[in-house]
Design a protein around this ligand. Structure first.
Ligand code: NDP
Length: 314
């Protein structure tokens, strides 16, 4: 029986762990198959305040984890298969451990970038393939880049990447773009963006020095084509990781958890959500960490108000 269980160990979950641990609530933190979250698959992080020379993503997450442990947060590695939020204490079922109980729950399971699932893609993440322009665009200064996708994310990433790239080629599997009119217009007005529409991505081609380009099928002719580029940004959407909640928390139409504006409160009192699982707009490590702090404070206040434990808000 715990005061709080935190599910997920990206910047949101670990920041809430630091705050709750410092408040003497020794939270139990459950880390899944990708401890540290999306930042562990990126290389250098240059925009997290406090690191003037940048820091490697995995190192940043390792530091956050150690900081939480220093104040008494406990960690458990396991896959949460089920939750029962119908009554407090809540029940969390972890594969291999069984059922755990907690008065409050912080959901910080993030969102996973969707991948195409084509050969050469996964093995070149960090070697030219990326799903985050804000994180990795800087490394492609003066280089030719491909952005894959036809939604708002792809338009936004393509526009953003023209700050660095010599040229951005936007590849979409259909001729029509799903993106909103305004985002399309902005991208079309950008002279650095060229268009390779109606092309289905087939394979990421890489050599010893990283990505060399993308093999595509021209859907009009059926022919294979090769587009040269040193960077490939896959921007085909994200999936919030909420399966284990089994529909017990309110989500928007795209599956992101809904929180009461200005708070991290979900529709179930005592359950809080932070980080990318409730944010399809900013999706930054620093904004996730910020909402992680909010979740911890919301959680402390909830425990205090419900007289579950005498706590002082840190
Ligand atoms: P979307 O689902 O809107 O678009 C995904 C794009 O990727 C589509 O063009 C889709 O093609 C393509 N795609 C999906 N799977 C594959 C595949 N296997 N192979 C090739 N192409 C594929 O996702 P977004 O991330 O762009 O947007 C998600 C939400 O976030 C939207 O509501 C969007 O408006 C919002 N958003 C808003 C922003 C803003 O306002 N600044 C910025 C970014 C996102 P197809 O069309 O053929 O299915």
């Amino acid at each position: 029986m715990r005061h709080t269980i935190i599910i997920g160990t990206g910047p949101a979950g670990l920041t809430s762990a630091i705050y709750l641990a410092r408040a003497g609530l020794n939270p139990l933190v459950i880390e899944g198959p990708e401890p540290g979250g999306q930042l562990t698959t990126t290389t250098e992080v240059e925009n997290f305040p406090g690191f003037p020379d940048g820091i490697m993503g995995p190192e940043l997450m390792d530091n956050m984890r150690k900081q939480a442990q220093r104040f008494g947060a406990e960690f458990m590695t396991g896959w949460v298969t089920k939750t029962d939020l119908s009554q407090r204490p809540f029940t969390v079922t972890v594969d291999g451990y069984g059922e755990l109980k907690a008065e409050t729950l912080i959901v910080s399971t993030g969102a996973s970038a969707k991948y195409l699932g084509i050969p050469g893609e996964r093995e070149n993440v960090g070697r030219g393939v990326s799903t985050c322009a804000t994180c990795d665009g800087f490394f492609f200064r003066g280089k030719k880049i491909i952005v894959i996708g036809g939604g708002d994310s792809a338009m936004e990433e393509a526009n953003f990447l023209t700050r660095f790239a010599s040229e951005v080629v936007l590849v979409n599997r259909r001729t029509e773009l799903r993106a909103s009119k305004i985002m399309q217009e902005r991208a079309r007005a950008n002279a650095k963006i060229s268009w390779s529409l109606n092309r289905t991505p087939l394979e990421v081609v890489a050599g010893d020095l990283g990505v060399r380009g993308l093999k595509v099928r021209n859907n009009a002719t059926g022919e294979e084509e090769f587009i040269e580029a040193e960077g490939i940004f896959v921007a085909i959407g994200h999936t919030p990781n909420t399966k284990f909640l089994n529909g017990q928390l309110e989500t928007d139409e795209t599956g992101y958890l809904i929180v009461r504006p200005g708070t991290t409160e979900t529709n179930v009192p005592g359950v809080f959500a932070c980080g990318d699982v409730q944010d399809n707009k900013y999706r930054q490590a620093i904004s996730a960490a910020g909402t992680g702090c909010m979740a911890a404070l919301d959680c402390e206040r909830f425990l205090e108000a419900n007289e579950t434990v005498p706590v002082s808000v840190s």
